[in-house]
Design a protein around this ligand. Sequence first.
Ligand code: SAM
Length: 244
Amino acid sequence: MESLRRRQDEIKEVSPVFEEIQSKRLFENARSCAIVGCGNGEIELAFIERCMPALEVLTAVEPDAESVIEVKKRIPRQLPKVRYSVIEDGGESWGASTNQVFDVVVMIHCVSDIPEAARRPLFSRLFERVIKPNGLLLVTTRTERLDGTQSAESQIMEALNHRPYVDTNWYEETRLLVEAIGFTVCYERRYGVHINVENLDEGYLGFYARECDEPTSLEKVEQVVKSVVGDTKWTRKEFTCGVF
Ligand SMILES: C[S@@+](CC[C@H](N)C(=O)[O-])C[C@H]1O[C@@H](n2cnc3c(N)ncnc32)[C@H](O)[C@@H]1O
């Protein structure tokens, strides 16, 4: 993950979105928030710092043990006045068992990590029990590219696993699902993030190797990545941020 993070500056590229949300004051009065699948929390906390000035209570939910260690250090550093807890768990099992209620639930780049069959029960539970009646759900995930081209990630994963990897519909599918459950969209905006693909290193190649269906050498991943990115220095991922 570290190599991937160094290759992009998502906080900078998502800033106009956060600024617009701030100007609309959508989250201005939120006092409690859960950040689900937050990783090290970098993007989620940047969002909270910018858009939730009244936040008092924060729950972070993340299944990866190393990320949990990082987010536990990051929260008190960035939000010293906020009471917080960090729960090492998947979003779906946390959602099914929590008795807490929140003004806001934030899910940035994690819906695709949640098993597909678990998504409807999780969003239903968020709608019925976990998010307060006037509360908000924020979801950010990959979206269709405006020029209709296939993302580099999709091309790489298809070449490695020899099966379709469709990431163009992740946002649209999530929106249809949450709207079917009862959420109503109140803000939507797309943005892009550039990724530097020069000097491919072990960290970057290892990320794709771990996503392969079968054990795959870094040499094989490097060969596939080079065949997809060619001489380009930058690729671009497209996301939509939706508030419901
Ligand atoms: C692409 S990362 C995004 C991390 C962070 N939200 C960000 O935007 O930088 C996906 C995150 O989802 C987490 N994850 C994996 N399975 C999950 C699940 N079942 N429920 C919630 N999060 C999950 C991963 O551990 C990882 O931290």
